[in-house]
Design a protein around this ligand. Structure first.
Ligand SMILES: *Cc1c(COP(=O)(O)O)cnc(C)c1O
Length: 361
């Protein structure tokens, strides 16, 4: 068996240790005589799995008491609707648009009420963050929405640039959650689809402050009401049990890597060697993003000669390096270097890129 060096944007690489443990436990989970997929979500075995997953996540992220942790379905895309459905309550909300995902979130919210664009960096092709004076906030907004890592454009908001604005901050962290320590208390609601940095697709994580529960009008579907889901421990109906189990194994793996500080150090080194390879290629490869907001997780780059793209991808594949084709909306290449992508994998990618540039440059 050969495993590829996997740079897929999502669903993305999972830690091999986690896959092996799941394989070992697949037919008989801890003596239950069945797999996690085959057991009742209300039985004591699965209850212990979801409770452990939540406890480990709380420990990793330092989630305070006053926040609820929800394991939902529907992906981050469902949250684009569920957030305004629950939180607008007849008011307005502000959106900062820094790339394709926040733009989609803003557009979806328009279906549910009055929302404003507080800043938009599309004129730069989403290669930078807005400056403080470009952001026009409504002090009466129900919330302010941001995407803290734009997966397609490779723009990440550094933690220290997340400021208190006086209204609840709602953040799409799908593509960099758990990649660095985060001060949860700065946020009213954090959400993430699982398939980038948490586990398999099908699970959506929502961390929500208690003050934001119970604001939804009675006209929204029960299954979309955060308060109902919180009251039912994410089990109003059958949750995505197998995905929650794998997410729990990933949380335990992260604890073995030294938690979020430990993984952040590895992530910083991975990003450093990859951006160094791009910047040091003499223009053969370029990344257009402002250095102060380059993503440590998603690294888009273009070849100076786009005529070489097909060869680049074919030769990368032959070298066992996969998942590099850029998003269809921006073209070029993108390497996603999430938590489960090792330093060794990034070294293999950089080795291939240097070699290709030397031969074809
Ligand atoms: C992948 C992604 C989404 C969409 O996630 P789904 O789970 O497919 O709905 C939304 N936001 C960001 C930042 C993403 O990376």
């Amino acid at each position: 068996m050969t495993r590829i060096w996997n740079f897929s944007a999502g669903p993305a690489a999972l830690p091999e240790e986690v896959l092996r443990q799941a394989q070992e436990e697949l037919l008989d989970w801890h003596g239950a005589g069945c797999s996690v997929m085959e057991m009742s979500h209300r039985g004591k075995e699965f209850t212990s799995i979801i409770e452990q997953a939540e406890a480990d996540l709380r420990e990793l992220m330092g989630i305070p008491e006053q926040y609820k942790v929800l394991f939902l379905q529907g992906g981050a895309t469902q949250q684009f609707a569920q957030i305004p459905m629950n939180l607008l309550a007849g008011r307005s909300a502000d959106y900062i648009v820094t790339g394709s995902w926040s733009k989609k979130a803003f557009k979806e919210a328009q279906r549910f009420g009055n929302v404003r664009c507080a800043a938009d960096t599309s004129a730069s092709n989403f290669t930078r963050l807005p400056t403080a004076d470009e952001i026009k906030l409504d002090p009466f907004a129900a919330y302010l929405h941001v995407c803290t890592n734009e997966t397609i454009h490779g723009v990440e908001i550094p933690g220290e640039r997340i400021a208190d604005t006086g209204v609840p901050l709602v953040a799409d962290m799908s593509s960099h959650i758990l990649s660095r320590p985060v001060n949860v208390e700065k946020f009213g609601l954090i959400y993430a689809g699982a398939q980038k940095n948490i586990g398999p697709s099908g699970v959506t994580l929502v961390v929500i402050h208690r003050d934001l529960l119970g604001m939804a009008p009675l006209t929204i579907p029960t299954v979309m009401d955060y308060a109902v889901m919180a009251d039912n421990g994410s089990m109003l109906n059958t949750p995505p049990t197998f995905g929650i189990y794998i997410a729990g194994l990933v949380f335990q793996w992260l604890k073995r890597q030294g938690g979020l500080e430990g993984i952040a150090a590895v992530n910083a080194e991975k990003a450093r060697i990859l951006y160094d390879a791009i910047d040091g290629s003499g223009g053969f490869y370029t990344n257009p993003v402002d250095p102060d907001c380059r993503s440590r997780m998603n690294v888009p780059f273009v070849l100076a000669d786009a005529g070489l793209d097909a060869d680049f991808l074919a030769e990368a594949k032959a070298a066992g390096v996969l998942g590099l084709k850029g998003h269809k909306s921006v073209g070029g290449m993108r390497a996603s270097i999430y938590n489960a992508v090792s330093l060794e994998a990034v070294q293999a990618l950089v080795g291939f890129m240097n070699d290709f540039a030397k031969r074809r440059g």
